[in-house]
Design a protein. Structure first.
Length: 136
């Protein structure tokens, strides 16, 4: 006979693990263009309470705009000058009327059963590196 406390404890530990997504091949992963970009301007998205509009220097010589759902975690002025990691080859799309040409990478800690993280941490290089540097 199994001990119900042991079974419950094992289920609780399994529930605490972060959800995983399906496995991808190395070829699929290698199709991503991960790059360092420097935030040169940040402002609230005019049509979305949770989004910031970020203008980035991605090393291409042309500013890149992305929309990111980090408005409740970061003040726009605190982001200017920071280097972040972006997915540069994500297909452009309109988000609430503004074009977004990429996605920043960030970690979050949403409690189980919630869509709202307690905190969001931007993925940044540990040292100085030029905008446009490849991340692998």
């Amino acid at each position: 006979m199994t001990d119900p406390t042991t079974t419950h404890a094992a289920e609780s530990k399994a529930d605490d693990k972060p959800a995983t997504k399906p496995e991808v091949s190395f070829e699929d992963f290698s199709r991503l263009d991960l790059r360092v970009a420097k935030i040169i301007h940040a402002e609230p998205h005019p049509n979305a309470d949770r989004l910031l509009k970020l203008q980035l220097d991605d090393g291409s010589g042309t500013p890149r705009q992305i929309c990111a759902g980090v408005r409740e975690y970061y003040e726009p002025e605190d982001l200017i000058g920071r280097s972040i990691v972006i997915v540069a080859n994500l297909a452009p799309r309109k988000i609430r009327g503004e074009e977004s040409r990429g996605m920043l990478l960030a970690g979050s800690d949403a409690p189980k059963g919630s869509d709202t993280p307690r905190s969001v941490v931007l993925m940044t290089p540990m040292g100085e590196i030029a905008p446009g540097a490849s991340v692998s």
